[in-house]
Ligand binder design. Sequence first.
Ligand SMILES: C[S@@+](CC[C@H](N)C(=O)[O-])C[C@H]1O[C@@H](n2cnc3c(N)ncnc32)[C@H](O)[C@@H]1O
Length: 462
Amino acid sequence: MGIKKRKAYELEIIDIAFGGKGLAKPDGLPVFIDRCIPGDIVYAKITKKKKSWAQGKLIKIIKESSLRKEGKCNYCNFCGGCKWQQMGYDLQLEYKKRHVFESMQHIGGLKDIKILDVLASDDIFEYRNKMEFSCSSKRWLLPSELENEDIKKDFGIGLHVPGTFDKVIDIKCCKIMPNLGNDILEDVRQFIKASNHPAYHLRTHEGFWRFLMLRHSVAFDTWMVNIVTKSKEMDEVKGLAQILAKKYPAIDSIMVNITDAKSGVSIGKEEICLYGNDHIKERLGKFIFKISPNSFFQTNTKTCEKLYAKVLEYASLTGTEVVMDLYSGTGTIPICLSDKAKMVYGIEIVKSAVIDAKENAKLNGIENCEFLEGDIKDVLPGLKQTPDVMIIDPPRVGMHKDVVKQVLSIGPPRIVYVSCNPATLARDLEMLYPTYDIKEIQPVDMFPHTYHIESVALLLKR
Ligand SMILES: C[S@@+](CC[C@H](N)C(=O)[O-])C[C@H]1O[C@@H](n2cnc3c(N)ncnc32)[C@H](O)[C@@H]1O
């Protein structure tokens, strides 16, 4: 066929490739196209062409795959949030398991690893307990909005269109967060539109309103509203807080984070509590957790309980063990393991998370957890004790290679590795493999409608 860049072709999608994209193979050349499902016949424009692969952009579906389902949300063909909404959930789980399996084989060179069926999320909509919406002075228009001259393009609050950093889709209803969040989002949108301050401009770095972060507590059905602004002009923000606090009894906390940092992070250099508590509370099993606006907390609360139950099972505690939890966040894993272990140490780099972890231990009357603040690679070498069990739950980038070396030199008999990225899990397991048997991997679906998958691996020292 002689595939050429910028030309469009009719292609048959034959599989799902790494990264969740549809795969076509005209004349044997792999072409990766987002939002396609095996069995689709599509018309796609080639946007990138390399020697051994190409990337395409979906223009039109000519014939829909029999596997295709109706998306529930108006934005599912455009938004970066959940690109797999039109794929049946069982099929999503199948591809997620395969993603873990193929990562082990192709990235880690690890064959014959036992990978269990994915533990599914009970809720596949309204499951996210945290959403972060960006404010932009450039609103991206849906195809159905293009002809409508009444729609102003100078403000949008929502999620990014993949591949653009300064344009957002003005999201009116996001189906993966509990619905009250959409009402709060709408009120914030109307307030900002009528306000005297403009939205932040990601290219010029001018403007005021930056992000709206919403957190929901499943156990208490309460909300945290966190407004991120560029500067500390609080009159209007206080007005917004008053309106929201009055209208929504479920709002337990309204925070403002102020940051003029040019990067797109929502963590403020200064944080002010405008209403209620400076945190939100959540429950996992029998334990209660206090979560500050910028502390990490697993985003699917109910499935997190399944994840931690697997961690507990793999840790195989009898009450006499010393456990070390690397990357401990707000202390959730140490606290959930505390009554089955002799002592649990948590190490975490974010100060507010360590403060939360210590308070969380106190809140639950736990005395056998200790939390250390710092970069794992600096803290680990100073620790005297060899743990019986080590839990490792790093961010998407996985472990720093110095940390892998330190773990190998400490040599705990049992490691439970929790990962949200099969690629870095495979890379790190390959380095641990000469010393550790990889007994099995349990994928857990924390993120329905995305290709993301969490995994828990059990490693035993040879
Ligand atoms: C995937 S989260 C896991 C948190 C926790 N285990 C949980 O389940 O909620 C990863 C955590 O690692 C922390 N972190 C990232 N890099 C780190 C580093 N170099 N040293 C220590 N902690 C780090 C992050 O702040 C975050 O809290």
